[in-house]
Design a protein around this ligand. Structure first.
Ligand code: GLC
Length: 530
C-alpha cells in the first residue's frame, strides 16, 4: 500500500509501524451510517478523513465479526463474517481500499483465546463428551463436592469463577471472561490451525496487521491445579506481584505465539494485548522479535504524576529486549477515559508525552478531543464489566446525535458534546484536537521524535520529567511539569534553542527562554541548538 513520504524516508529495514501513529476505533461508537444508533463500517469509511486530518498512519478496528454481542463483538460466532449490525464483507473491503487510498493502514482485532458459546465449534464441542470437537475447548470434571474443577476466576467480577457447568454432559468448561465466551484449547493443534486460517483469511483481504486479544491467556497449566492461595483472589495479572497465576501468562504461550508469527510473516504488525504487570514477563512477549509487539500497559493503572509517568517509561526501556520497540497507549475501550483519569490539563500533558516518546503511540478514538467518561444509568448499561462510560459515541459536532447518528444512540451522548466535538475543536486553535494535530505533525517532521533514542534527565526536581530525544544531530528536549506549581527546567542552559510546542496555547513559540520556567501542568518541546 502507499505510504507517506516520511515513512518512505525511513531505512528500508525499519518496519512501517515504528514510525507510525496508530488510532483505535471502537466500531459501535465511531459513526452510524444507517441511523440505527450503532456505528458501522460504512460510517467509519465516511469518516476516514478525520484520521488523515489528525495525521495518524493506521487504524485498529475493534471486532466487527458475527456476534451475539454479550461482550460486544469479543464473543464471536464466525471469525470470518461481519455482523449485520456493522455491515458486510464488501463493506470491509471498501473500508480497507478507502484507507489504503489515503495512505492509512488497517489492523483488525483477532480474538484467539475464546469464541462465543454460540459458535458452531462450541455447539459441537458441548454436544457430547465424545464429540470430535470436545477437545477444542477446555473441559473438566467437577471438583470435590460437585463445584468447579479449581479456584480459577474469570476476568470479570460479575462472571465469578472461570468455570460453568454444562448440565447435559456433566462437565465444566473454562471461560476466562463471561460464561458466554468459552476458552479454546490451544494445546490442540487443530485449534491452532483453525485460528491460523482466520489470520490468513484477513491477510488475504488486505489488512496490514492484527491486534491480538488476550494473547497472554492462550495457554493454561494443563494440570488445572488451583492457583496459589496468595494470588487466588486475582482476576488478572495486572496486579504487580511475583506469583504466576496458572491460567494466565503460562510459559507455553510463547511457543504458540511463535507459530502465529510464522503464519503472518515478519512484516505484519501483531499488536498483543498483554495484560501482565510483571515487566520482565511482559517483555518476554517480544520473544526474539519472533512473537508479538506487546501493547504497553504501564500507563493504564498509574496516576498522571511525574513520578508515575517517568517510572512507567523507564521501566519499559529497562526491560525491552534488544531491538524491541515500545507501543504506548493511554486509553482503550476497557479503561476509564484518559481525561477522566487525569483531568483536562494533564490530558494535554499526557498527549505530549505519548507523542514524543521513543515508541509507537496509539490514540483511542475521542481522546484527541478530551472526551470524558459518560455516566450511564443502570437501566441503560450494556457492558457486562461496566466499561460503557468510555465507549460512548464519537462526538463529531454539536447536533443532537453529535454527528454520530440520526437515530437514538446505543449509549448516551453527554451535554458536553456541544463543545467537546471535532467541528468545534477544529476551529479553536487552543483545543486539545489541535494540540494532537500539532504534535503528530511535529513527530512526523522530526527524525529525533520519530525514531531517535531516549535519554531521561536525572530527576533533580521531583515535579519535572524531562528527556532528550536524539537522531543524528537533531536533539529535542521534552519537559513535562505534572505538578500544580511552576517549575524551572534545569540545569540552566539545557533549554537553549527553539521552543517548538507548548501545551499552553498562549506561550509564544520560537526562541526558547533560558531558564525555561514551566507553568503548572505545562509541557513543552524544545529543539536544542547545541
Ligand atoms: C480484551 C478486550 C476486552 C474483552 C476481553 C475478552 O481484554 O480488550 O474488551 O472484553 O478481551 O475478549
Amino acid at each position: 500500500m502507499p505510504s507517506s513520504e516520511d515513512v518512505r524516508a525511513e531505512p528500508a529495514a525499519a518496519p512501517w509501524w515504528r514510525s507510525a501513529v496508530l488510532y483505535q476505533v471502537y466500531p459501535r461508537s465511531f459513526a452510524d451510517s444507517d441511523g440505527d444508533g450503532v456505528g458501522d463500517l460504512r460510517g467509519i469509511t465516511g469518516r476516514l478523513d478525520h484520521l488523515v486530518d489528525l495525521g495518524v498512519d493506521a487504524v485498529w478496528l475493534s471486532p466487527f465479526y458475527a456476534s451475539p454481542m454479550v461482550d460486544f463483538g469479543y464473543d464471536i460466532t464466525d471469525h470470518c463474517a461481519v455482523d449485520p449490525v456493522f455491515g458486510t464483507l464488501a463493506d470491509v473491503d471498501a473500508l480497507v481500499a478507502a484507507a489504503h487510498a489515503r495512505g492509512l493502514r488497517v489492523l483488525v482485532d483477532v480474538v484467539p483465546n475464546h469464541t462465543s458459546d454460540r459458535h458452531p465449534w462450541f455447539a459441537e464441542s458441548r454436544s457430547s463428551r465424545d464429540s470430535g470437537r470436545r477437545d477444542w475447548y477446555v473441559w473438566a470434571d467437577p471438583g470435590p463436592g460437585g463445584g468447579p474443577p479449581n479456584n480459577w476466576l474469570s476476568a470479570f467480577a460479575a462472571s465469578g469463577p472461570a468455570w460453568t457447568l454444562d448440565g447435559r454432559t456433566g462437565q465444566y468448561y473454562l471461560h476466562s471472561y463471561t460464561a458466554a465466551q468459552p476458552d479454546l484449547n490451544w494445546q490442540n493443534a487443530a485449534v491452532r490451525e483453525a485460528v491460523h486460517d482466520v489470520l490468513r483469511f484477513w491477510l488475504e483481504r488486505g489488512v496490514d496487521g492484527f491486534r491480538v486479544d488476550a494473547a497472554h491467556r492462550l495457554v493454561k497449566d494443563p494440570t488445572l491445579a488451583d492457583n496459589p492461595a496468595d494470588v487466588a483472589h486475582l482476576r488478572t495479572a495486572l496486579v504487580p506481584g511475583g506469583t504466576r497465576l496458572r491460567h494466565i501468562d503460562q510459559p507455553g504461550v510463547h511457543e504458540v505465539l511463535r507459530e502465529v508469527r510464522a503464519v503472518v510473516g515478519p512484516d505484519t504488525l501483531l499488536l498483543g494485548e498483554i495484560g501482565v504487570a510483571d515487566p520482565t514477563r511482559w517483555a518476554a512477549y517480544y520473544g526474539s522479535g519472533d512473537e508479538l509487539v506487546p501493547l504497553n500497559p504501564t500507563f493504564w493503572s498509574r496516576p498522571c504524576t511525574t513520578d508515575a509517568l517517568r517510572s512507567a517509561v523507564d521501566t519499559t526501556e529497562a526491560v525491552l529486549p534488544p531491538g524491541g520497540w515500545p507501543v504506548y497507549a493511554l486509553g482503550n475501550h476497557d479503561l476509564s477515559r484518559l481525561a477522566t483519569r487525569c483531568g483536562s490539563a494533564r490530558a494535554r500533558l499526557a498527549a505530549v508525552l505519548l507523542l514524543t516518546l521513543r515508541g509507537t503511540p496509539l490514540v483511542y478514538y475521542g481522546d484527541e478531543l478530551g472526551m470524558t467518561d459518560v455516566p450511564v444509568p443502570p437501566e441503560a448499561a450494556r457492558d457486562p464489566d461496566g466499561r460503557d462510560p468510555a465507549r460512548t459515541p464519537m462526538q463529531w459536532d454539536a447536533s443532537p446525535g453529535a454527528g454520530f447518528t440520526t437515530g437514538r444512540p446505543w449509549l448516551p451522548i453527554p451535554p458536553t458534546a456541544g463543545t467537546v466535538n471535532v467541528a468545534a475543536e477544529r476551529a479553536d486553535p487552543g483545543s486539545l484536537l489541535n494540540l494532537y494535530r500539532a504534535l503528530i505533525r511535529l513527530r512526523r517532521r522530526s527524525p529525533a521524535l520519530r525514531t531517535g533514542d531516549y535519554r531521561p534527565l536525572p530527576p533533580t526536581d521531583p515535579g519535572l520529567y524531562a528527556y532528550w530525544r536524539q537522531a543524528g544531530d537533531q536533539r529535542i528536549l521534552v519537559a513535562l511539569n505534572a505538578t500544580g506549581r511552576s517549575r524551572t527546567v534545569a540545569p540552566p542552559g539545557t533549554s537553549t534553542g527553539r521552543l517548538l510546542l507548548s501545551t499552553d496555547p498562549d506561550r509564544p513559540l520560537g526562541e526558547c527562554p533560558d531558564p525555561l520556567v514551566l507553568a503548572a501542568d505545562e509541557a513543552v518541546v524544545v529543539e536544542s541548538d547545541r
